[in-house]
Design a protein. Sequence first.
Length: 311
Amino acid sequence: MTEPEQKTCPRCGARFQCRASNACWCADFPPLSAVLAESGCLCPECLGRAASAERALARREQNPPATKRAPHAFTLLELLVSIAVIAILASLLLPALSRGRLPAQSAKCGGNLRQFVMAAQMYWDDNNGKTFPYVGATTTNGTYYWFGLLAPGAEETRAFDPTTGPLYSCLGPGVDFCPAFNYSSPQFKLKATGPTCDYGYNKYLSSPPRNMRKLAAPASLAFLADSAQVNTFEPPASAKNPMFEEFYYIDNEDGQPNPQPNAQFRHQRRANVVFVDGHLGLEQMVPGTLDPRLPAQDIAWLRPEILRPAP
């Protein structure tokens, strides 16, 4: 056996004993793929680390990491199929949503009418049962209606003041407009600079004033109802361009010269009517009375039996 030789590790600089024979301690390590040229041996610590590093490198080379696949993109055909499916679902769902909206609009309208009739009942109690007029005085300030003051001026330019109406003190500003009245329609014409009132007051109660305490059948007499009228005589409306507008009373003049239907059946061809006793009803139009000038607006007559007491 040869004598141990003292060597210096080229990596860490440590001194160690090395034997050139096969019995040297480095024979237990696998051969390295590369060592420093200036020395044939590394110290035990560095040789162990180098061998471990080479084993790890060999494992990585044998089992390379899987490459990430690029995300799958939609093809044009898949995109068109998706759009078609969405369109089919929308066509199925939108009618159902629309049907759900219509009863909600009718319920909101009915709530408005109930608030009006409760305010009217308070007014009647405070005024010995006497009713208020549909229209009052016309002054330089304008015309006083049952729902407020319309200032003088051209259509769509007049100011409106609801605080002068006989029910305002009992009602306040809380009552909204009917959500089914189509204020955004290109066929609609404003009376003032903005919406005023889309309900009509039973003209029978207006003139002469009635005593509600003497009314025999309040459950059979209408108080307010959904209303509107076709206008062909005030710009921007004309005979060639009929438009519908808010109308402020309801009656039935069918059979009279130049009748103007004034109830609007805007809840799936029904009109909300609130009666003097406070209950709400849905009324159908009198057959054959639909205003032919704007048939899509469902303006026609209410049945006369609910507009005045039976004789």
